[in-house]
Design a protein around this ligand. Sequence first.
Ligand code: SF4
Length: 447
Amino acid sequence: MALTALEIYKHLPKTNCRECGFPTCLAFAMQLAAKRASLDQCPHVSEEARAALEGASAPPMRLVTIGAGEKKKLEIGNETVLFRHEEKFYHPVGIAVEIRDELSDDEVEERTEYINNLRFERVGTEIEVDLVAVRNSSGDPGRFREVVERVDKISRFPLILISDDPHALHGAAEVAKDGRPLLYAANGGNWEQVGATAKEFGCPLAVYGESLEELAELTGKLTSMGVEELVLDPGTRHPREALERLTLMRRLALKKNFRPLGYPTIAFTSDGDPYQEAAEASLYIAKYAGILVLRNAQTWQVLPLLTERYNIYTDPQKPIQVEPGVYEIGEVTEASPVLVTTNFSLTYYTVAGDVEASRVPSYIIVVDTEGTSVLTAWAADKFTPEKVAEMLNKKTNIKDKVKHRKVVIPGLVAVMTAKLKEESGWEVLVGPRESSGIPKFLKAWTV
Ligand code: SF4
C-alpha cells in the first residue's frame, strides 16, 4: 500500500533546507505521497531512509507486459485500488480467445483471422480483444509447436501458450519467443522446468496453484530463479470460488502489501453453455481478472464483454469527451435541423445515432460541458443559455451553414428556452426529453 505523507515525512531529514524545491520537508512528503515529486529531489536522504521509502513505494501489484515486436503489446497489473471510485483502474483486463491445436490447419487459420477481426466501435473508440491463447489440447508437442508457429504468423495479437507438458511448452516458446508470449503454467510439479523456459526466452509466466498458500510459495521460488513477471491462476474454475480467491488475492496484495501475491491474475471461462460462459466472463472482468481467456468468443458474447470492460476501465474523473463544435449527420443542406447537446461522449453518440436513424440530415452543435451529460451539465452551470448562444453566434460557423434560425434543445433543459431566445436571437424549439424520441421529432421538422 502506498505510504501516507506523514509516514514518508518520518524518514526525511526535517531540516526544511528547501533544496528539493519545496518550502518544508512536510510539503515535499506531501508531493511524494501524491506521486508529484521524486525522492531524488532531496539530496539529504540517508541510505536507510531511501531503502525504506523505495521499498514501500514499489507498486503493490507488479506490472506485466505480454507481447513484443510488431504485435500489439498488452500491459496488465500495477493496480492500486480495490474499487474504481477510490481512484481508477489502470490496465484493462486483457481478453484472450482460445484456439485448440487439434483443429485442422485451415480451421486454425480461419479462427485466427476471426479473432483478428473481433473489433467494434463504441462511442467513437475502437474496442477489441487482446490475446490469442493456443491450447495444446492434442497432447502432441510437435503439433502444438506447429500450430503456435502458424498462429503467431497470422495473429495481430500476442499469444498465451497453454500446455501441461513442459517439453511442449519449451518447443512452442522457442518458435514464438520474439513475440514474448505468456507461458501457461508453472505448477507445484513442473515449476523448475517451466521457470527455466520462461527465463531462457525472457517470457512472462503464469503460475497455477491449488491454493493461495501454494501460489505464494511458487511465486517465491520462481522469483528467486529470476523469473519476475508472473500472472497468477487462482486454481479453480468454479465461478464462486474463483471470485472469492481473486478478491482475496487482490485484497492481500493491495491492502496488506503481501508481495508473494502482488501480481495480476488470469481466469478461464468454462467450456459449456455459451450463456454461462458470458456470465462467468462478465464476473471476471468486474472482479478481478488481469487476463480473461474465452473458450468460444461468439460475436454476441464478445461485444457486451468489451463494452463492460470499456465502462469499468474508464477513468471516472475524466469522462470521455468529444470535441465541441458543429457535426454534420448525413447530407445536410441549409434547411437542415440544428440540434444542441453536450460533449459527454455517450450523450453525443446516442444523439448522433438517433439523428442518423431518423434519416433527416441534421447539424449537431456540441457544447463544451467538460464531458458531463445534459442534466448534470445544466445543474452544474456548464450548459447555460449563454454558452449555447455563444456556440450558435460566435464559436461556430453554423449561421453560414443554415438559412433558418431555429435551434432544437434537449427536452430536459426546456427551462432555458426564453433566456436562450433572448441571448441568441434564435427561435428555440424544445426537443424530446429522451434521445430515442429524436427520429419522430425530426420527421415532423419544417423550416
Ligand atoms: S531537500 Fe530534503 S531536507 Fe531539504 S527541505 Fe527538501 S526534503 Fe527537507
